[in-house]
Design a binder for this molecule. Structure first.
Ligand code: BGC
Length: 767
């Protein structure tokens, strides 16, 4: 009986899909994706036919800070949203940002986006999404405001730590994992921030001028993948504009691409305060204005009454919301918030992610720490004790607990070593008064002088401790006040004089292991040569300190990989090198006709092409984002994309493919042998890149097209198979506005990072 039911449902869904999409020219692009949300449409029609116009409009804007209205009279519950993306946010005032001080809303702090990405594991991303959903449900929430999946375009981007990667494939696979994990466990996701929210400075005014090809090949894939491969129910429109139009009223992004082309059937909400119009927003694809009702409240009713907006459009927007509402069962009031939000299953997930995210960048043999002679370990640095669940602008997590690196070491080492600690430097802390001009120059100068004095004192204490220790664990990096929503970093140097401190420490004791607790790239020119080992350990969640200690003492092998390139210096990175960022400082880079081309299509209010307009971000590096830029332009990097060491060694051999020539519908299956030649079990993240040998259009030097995390025991040899559908090698043809094959010879490059290619094989593409 169940089978018949399912078939009937599937048939019904298909019929509805045909009705909705059947006449659209994008039909062929939808053929292999039909959202499960369409199954509710019949039921929804009868709900809508019973609703008044006021009830409909009432659903299209915020009711409180984190809810939007249902229809009580018809038994339709309100939608309850929860930030997102790396832990369920504590309960806030209905109409403000102040916490309510509940006692049961302490959540699990999950490692932030770049840490998750460093696992290179869609399976762990699934677990992560599942963990987020379970805690959302405990709190009675319907939709998680996450995952945050914009491409890390600039190393200084304020939300780099929240976002996943500079690479679209890695970002896509993790977005799919997170989305499935969350939605399989009863909470909808809200993919954010759609689209091209790649910087925080001017995020509320900036107009991203981007070419179609870069948009399709680099920036949109994570969103598309989460929609089509994981049936994501929600999307958040970003604050910025794209090619002249605010994201919350961007017809091209919302109606044309997201809905018509990709087949998205769910709801779009604006970022908080990111709605700018009534008629355009609702007609161009926005469902809910959050958190207010300035544009989609009375103003919308007035527009309807004046005949400027039709009720049909309103019905469409209401239907899209109701689909999600019917797919996600509301948590009954009396069942929500009965237990503490953070639960052991989720804490375990947080540990597992953290343990596989830690990246070992350098090791001269000092790691794992030898505890056999009960060493004295000097732990130095504010980041050894600083909580990272909060501390910046934007969503933080009221964490039930957070194991700091120092606590983690104490937990894991016990009395096997003598651990001493010094703060070492004065940390940057969030100072709203300073940020918003609430302090005079005099006050600031006085504060800075005092800071300087404090810093000197802390440096001296640390040096004294270091001199007497066997090994120094320097725990520096950024913190949440340094990397923060709402503003980008000015540079990527280690804050608080850490470079100077480490120079002094190295003079006192050369056995330095540096651990960077950062969510984004830092300049490592000073720190790298002075460190015998270098570890990147992220804003790594409630269990971050335990995971780090397990790696440092060798209970587990490190196995995280860089999800972004660490440049030698900031100015080498693409948007900086071309003068595209910061805005208003163009160095004469030519957008090779693209500016004119793109500007032709700009129909929003921000027309024209002033290259030095601070409110326009030109993406003239096009597809050359991250390693694609460094590789293609032959620019040396500090550590490449995909890089990370383990405590063992691996040998790659015998790369083979299942054919020598592939047609456009084929899947390239490549296999090779991976042997653990060291003496410790470890995961290895294997990566397959594609280089085009004789292409007909321009391409980056190579692109990641498949990867896998493989566990190999010492002495064990495994055959690894990776698959690359030829379809995924297409480019976006800006003339015909469609995907197109470039059937040329390609070189498959297999290795352990973008710069460590160990095996190569050429195959042909052609029909
Ligand atoms: C952020 C979103 C967040 C929202 C609600 C905005 O400022 O950009 O990511 O979900 O606030 O807290």
């Amino acid at each position: 009986k169940m089978k018949t039911d399912m078939n009937f449902k599937a048939l019904l869904t298909l019929i509805i899909a045909i009705i909705i999409f059947g006449c659209s020219p994008e039909k062929s692009q939808n053929e292999n994706f039909t959202s499960s949300l369409l199954q509710f449409d019949q039921q929804i029609e009868s709900i809508i036919s019973n609703m008044t116009l006021e009830e409909k409009v009432n659903m299209l804007h915020g009711k409180t800070m984190f809810t939007s209205a249902g229809v009580e009279r018809l038994g339709i519950a309100d939608m309850k949203y929860a930030d997102g993306p790396f832990g369920i946010r504590e309960e806030l005032q209905a109409h403000g940002w102040m916490p309510l001080g509940w006692t049961k809303d302490s959540a699990t702090f999950f490692p932030t986006g770049s840490a998750l990405a460093a696992t290179w594991s869609p399976e762990l991303a699934y677990e992560y999404g599942k963990g987020m959903a379970r805690e959302a449900r405990i709190r009675g929430k319907d939709m998680i405001l996450g995952p945050a999946i914009n491409i890390q375009r600039i190393p200084t981007g304020g939300r780099t730590y929240e976002y996943l990667s500079e690479d679209p494939l890695l970002s896509s696979q993790l977005s799919v994992g997170y989305t499935k994990g969350a939605q399989d466990n009863g909470a909808a996701v809200c993919l954010k921030h759609y689209a091209l929210n790649n910087q925080e400075n001017n995020r509320g005014t900036v107009d991203v001028i981007v070419g179609e090809r870069a948009m399709r090949e680099i920036y949109l894939p994570p969103f598309k993948a989460a929609v089509r491969e994981a049936d994501a129910y929600g999307v958040m429109a970003a604050y910025n504009k794209v090619n002249g139009w605010w994201c919350a009223e961007n017809n091209n992004l919302l109606n044309e691409i997201l809905r018509k082309e990709w087949g998205f059937a769910g709801m779009v909400i604006s970022d908080w305060g990111g709605t700018h119009s009534t008629v355009e927003s609702v007609e161009h694809g926005l469902n809910v204005e959050m958190p207010d009702s300035k544009y989609l409240g009375q103003a919308l009713l007035d527009s309807l009454n004046a005949g400027v907006v039709s009720e049909k459009v309103i019905d469409l927007r209401v239907r899209e919301i109701l689909r999600v509402r019917l797919a996600i069962k509301p948590v009954p009031e009396e069942e929500a918030n009965q237990v503490m939000t953070s639960q052991p299953e989720q804490q375990r997930i947080a540990y597992n992610v953290a343990a596989k995210s830690i990246v070992l960048l350098k090791n001269n043999g000092i790691l794992p720490i030898d505890l056999s002679r009960k060493p004295t370990i000097a732990v130095i640095g504010d980041n050894a004790v600083r909580p990272m669940a909060t501390g910046g602008v934007g969503a933080g997590v009221k964490a039930l607990y957070e194991v700091s690196p120092l606590e983690g070491l104490r937990n894991k080492i016990g009395d096997k070593a003598k651990i001493v600690y010094a703060q070492g430097y004065v940390p940057v802390v969030l100072d709203y008064a300073r940020m918003f001009g609430g302090k005079s120059d005099e006050e600031i100068a006085k504060e800075d002088a005092e800071r300087e004095r404090q810093n000197k004192k802390l440096n001296e204490e640390a040096i004294e401790l270091a001199a007497k220790a066997d090994i120094v664990l320097f725990m520096g990096g950024d913190n949440r006040a340094v990397e923060t929503e709402g503003s980008d970093r000015k540079d990527i140097f280690l804050p608080s004089g850490q470079d100077e401190l480490i120079q002094k420490l190295a003079k006192a004791n050369p056995n330095i292991v540096t651990v960077l607790v950062s969510g984004a790239p830092n300049d490592l020119n000073e720190v790298n040569p002075l460190s015998k080992a270098l570890v990147l350990s992220w804003f790594n969640g409630s269990e971050g300190g335990n995971a780090l200690a397990d790696v440092l003492v060798g209970n587990i092998s490190p196995s995280g990989r860089l999800p972004f390139t660490l440049p030698v210096k900031l100015e080498d990175s693409p948007a900086y090198a071309l003068g595209n960022y910061p805005q208003g400082q163009k160095k004469g880079d030519v957008f090779v006709g693209l500016v004119e081309e793109t500007n032709k299509e700009i129909t929003g209010e921000n027309k024209g092409s002033d290259m030095n307009d601070p409110d326009k971000a030109y993406y003239s590096e096009e597809m050359l984002v991250g390693y694609r830029w460094f590789d293609t332009r032959n620019i040396e990097v500090m550590y490449p994309f995909g890089y990370g060491l383990t405590y063992t060694t691996f040998e790659y051999s015998a790369l083979n493919t299942d054919a020598e020539k592939y047609e456009s519908k084929d899947v390239i299956s490549l296999s090779f042998s991976l042997m653990n030649t060291g003496d410790m079990a470890s995961d290895e993240v294997v990566q397959a890149y594609v280089h085009r040998v004789n292409p007909s259009v321009e391409w980056p030097e190579k692109e990641l097209k498949a990867f896998s995390r493989v566990n190999v025991q010492p002495g064990e040899e495994k055959t690894v198979t990776l698959e690359i559908p030829v379809e995924k090698l297409r480019y976006w043809d800006e003339i015909n506005h469609d995907w197109k094959d470039d059937l040329c010879d390609i070189e498959l490059q297999v290795g352990s990072s973008a710069n460590d290619i160990l095996l190569k094989k050429q195959v042909a593409l052609g029909d």
